[in-house]
Design a protein around this ligand. Structure first.
Ligand code: ADP
Ligand code: MG
Length: 445
């Protein structure tokens, strides 16, 4: 313990790196001048060696006077593997707000708030390794997994970590939608941004994170441009991190030259969380929000909400909101009532106005309540009209029902909104791209 703590303090190792790489190391045996150390995870044995072997050796000598060689072995090769589930604690995190804004980062998405479980430990470890050594080891890092499983959270965590160590690092996080829309603007020279400026913006980075790449594929000009951006960054040894809902080999419309490049680095997946991890995530959320909720209720949510972490968090929020609104204590009855829509037996996702409202509000970073509410600011009216248009296009609901779902608007309002979007779609390429992406989010088939 003393050796590990000493390394942490003397060499400024972050809490998360310490917990991920150093704490799990187990000294096993000494034979002559060889110390055998057990490592829990095979995928990262070589990384731990490369990054920490030297520090371990010198610190061991400093503290014990024992000069040794290290032999790293996989724990499961030596002993019965132990079941373990780590819960990462929150620590204070301060990075300049300006740097965060410039990089488009959510301050809540850090390694400190990311719960590590069996479903995501490889993705977490790979992301941390990249954060510690950007451009040096796994390039590109390709993270894939279903909706709401933590891809965006992990990508932001990497960016926060790098910025904290090096506030001058040039980091850019974009969704593939933003990449595409900026490219469209540049090609049309809108706002006097030329393609040269576009290229500079994307190529002049130490780390480029592109989220949800599945939305640019199938668009030839975007793929072409991304191919060149990728090459420029890669050749300059700059870090690229890509996320997608599926692995490169399953993206049908991806050009082969891009597919093979995506596989040059490391590809890791995130799976849906198991029960223990769901519990840990709920407890973490409870702690972060300062809630105080009975174990009974937490167990009820973890047992019933399984597929997706966004829904898991949503369930907790819904219960708390319902308790506040109704001025009632949180008990099992209230929880069951609050979650009855979420925990429905038929899990198949039907396209309903409610689903469209949820996805559109998330996409625009507004709350569903604001979206269906009465405020008429531009940031709300536009997504609201998009919902009207999509409900007409993707559901068979009557205008009356769409109006009802949208906070009780009458059918003329719905017609007006739908027409407005339909007419703008004829000329506005960006809007077309956004609608395309929203449709894919609503109905991935
Ligand atoms: P994705 O990008 O894969 O669709 P997100 O990264 O947006 O998913 O995650 C959805 C929500 O779940 C976010 O609020 C995020 O903070 C939370 N979340 C996901 N994974 C974890 C985790 N391992 N620990 C804590 N919160 C998580
Ligand atoms: Mg995401």
């Amino acid at each position: 313990d003393e050796i590990l703590l000493n390394i942490k303090e003397e060499h400024d190792i972050s809490e998360v790196s310490y917990r991920t790489w150093l704490l799990p190391l187990i000294p096993d045996s000494v034979d002559k001048d060889i110390l055998t150390i057990l490592v829990p995870d095979s995928a990262f044995i070589s990384y731990v060696k490369k990054k920490y072997e030297f520090l371990l050796k010198i610190t061991i000598e400093e503290i014990t006077g024992f000069q040794c060689e290290l032999d790293f072995k996989l724990k499961s090769d030596v002993k019965e593997p132990e079941k373990e589930n780590r819960l990462i604690n929150v620590t204070n995190n301060t990075v300049s707000q300006l740097a965060l804004q410039n990089a488009n980062l959510n301050p809540r998405y850090t390694f400190d708030t990311f719960v590590v479980g069996k479903n995501n430990n490889l993705a977490h470890a790979a992301s941390l390794a990249v954060a510690e050594s950007p451009g040096e080891i796994y390039n590109p890092l390709f993270i894939y997994g279903g909706v709401g499983l933590g891809k965006t959270h992990l990508m932001h965590s990497v960016a926060h970590f790098i910025l904290k160590n090096n506030p001058n690092a040039k980091i850019l996080y974009v969704t593939s939608e933003k990449f595409t829309n900026e490219l469209i603007d540049a090609i049309r020279n809108k706002n006097n941004v030329s393609t040269t400026e576009f290229r500079e913006k994307y190529r002049n980075n130490d780390v480029l994170l592109i989220d949800d790449i599945q939305f640019i594929i199938g668009k030839e000009s975007t793929q072409e441009e991304f191919f060149h951006t990728f090459n420029a960054l890669y050749e300059a040894k700059k870090q690229i991190i890509i996320s997608s809902d599926r692995p490169p080999r399953e993206i049908e419309t991806l050009e082969d030259r891009l597919r093979s490049r995506f596989e040059w680095g490391l590809t890791v997946d995130i799976q849906p969380p198991d029960y223990e991890t769901r519990m840990a995530i709920l407890r973490k959320k409870e702690e972060l929000e300062g809630y105080n909720i009975d174990n009974e209720i937490i167990k009820y949510i973890a047992t019933n909400v399984k597929s997706n972490i966004r829904e898991l968090e949503g369930a907790l929020t819904k219960i708390v909101a319902s308790s506040k609104l109704n001025n009632k204590e949180i008990n099992l009855e209230l929880a069951e009532e609050a979650l009855k829509d979420l925990i429905s037996p038929n899990a198949a996702r039907e396209v309903t106005p409610q689903l469209i409202i949820n996805i559109v509000s998330e996409h625009f970073g507004i709350t569903p309540l604001d979206l269906i509410g009465q405020k008429r600011s531009k940031e709300l009216v536009f997504p609201r009209q998009i919902v009207m248009y999509l409900c007409g296009d993707m559901t068979s609901e009557s205008l009356q029902n769409i109006g009802k779902a949208l906070g009780g608007r009458d059918h003329t309002t719905i017609i007006h909104g739908t027409k407005k979007i339909a007419s703008e779609l004829k000329t506005d390429e960006n809007l077309k791209n956004t609608i395309d992406i929203l449709k894919k989010k609503i109905n991935p088939q």
